[in-house]
Write a protein that binds this ligand. Sequence first.
Ligand code: TYM
Length: 335
Amino acid sequence: MKTVLSCIQPTGEMHLGNYFGAVKNWVDLQSEYKCMYGIVDYHAITMPYDIKKLREHTWDLIMDLVAVGITPENLFIQSLVPEHAELGWIFNCFCSYGQLTRMTQFKDKSQSENVLGNDQFISAGLLGYPVLQAADILIYKADKVPVGKDQEQHLELTRNIAQRFNSTVGKEYFVLPDALYTATPKIRSTADPTRKMSKSAGRKHIINVFEEEQRIRKQIRSAVTDTGTAEEGKMSDGIDNLFELLKATKADASLIKQHEDDYYSGTIKYSDLKESVSDAIVDMLAPFKERRKELAADKRKLKDQIRASSAVIRKKAQETVNEVKDLIGLMKVKN
Ligand code: TYM
């Protein structure tokens, strides 16, 4: 059975970009593959963050993930598998400084308000972030990595690191992983459809999966439709994004077709399209909200389950790190 690995940062609530771009795929893949999904708290400390809230965000995100259909046995918390950091250190020596400075996410994040407003402190962890991501993936020898399009460059770097490692040790030790995308790998902000939906862009740019219905409707109602950037015969980013959101939900195919026909015949009313998008999102999220309420009633049980699943998953990580240390001349820890 092939292995699937993916991760998400506990930097706030899960939004529709995370869900439609990656997590929806995570749920579906569970029936076909051996799946492992990490809540990557070591990654979350690369940017300014609130120490008092990190653990709470981690447990909240676990509840979100289980509520949308992730099996608790497939989940782990990265700091409960510290071998990720050890392999990350080793991989630092298989990746060049130049490669890291070329990462577009590093360029964007190091210039974000969050960093600039924090005495312009750019941590070395932010630069080294993709190396730790490579360790997250390769430590389980994952074949497939379901992510959004924004992670493409990080996946390419992961493959480079694996290749450099393999050629150094003269053995095809690491599998070269492939990215897996959903049909909607880049969900855009409804407030500014020229940019992706992202927590770091600010509150008005995201719609959370566990959002109040009224807020979802308000945000979709005020979605920007005409950005004035559309090429001849093409939908503008904002309209295209609304159609993508509609298609990503379980909306009726005939309803989608009707809106498309109206668009191409020039009779579309954007208020109608927006109402269909809101209805479809609200309907899709309703059972998730119910499930989350049930989970919140017994948090202790879920926490125990995740500690146990992290311990099981850690065994595989320990095995890889021991083999890697052996291959490159480091000392193995004897148990
Ligand atoms: P993160 O926490 O920002 O996002 C989690 C997942 O959601 C996807 N995503 C999106 N997809 C489509 N449209 C969007 N607007 C959108 N916003 C987010 C992301 O692509 C991601 O799949 N570096 C990663 C976390 C990570 C990781 C890993 C992922 C760490 N180690 C190993 C895969 C494998 C990140 O910051 O994702």
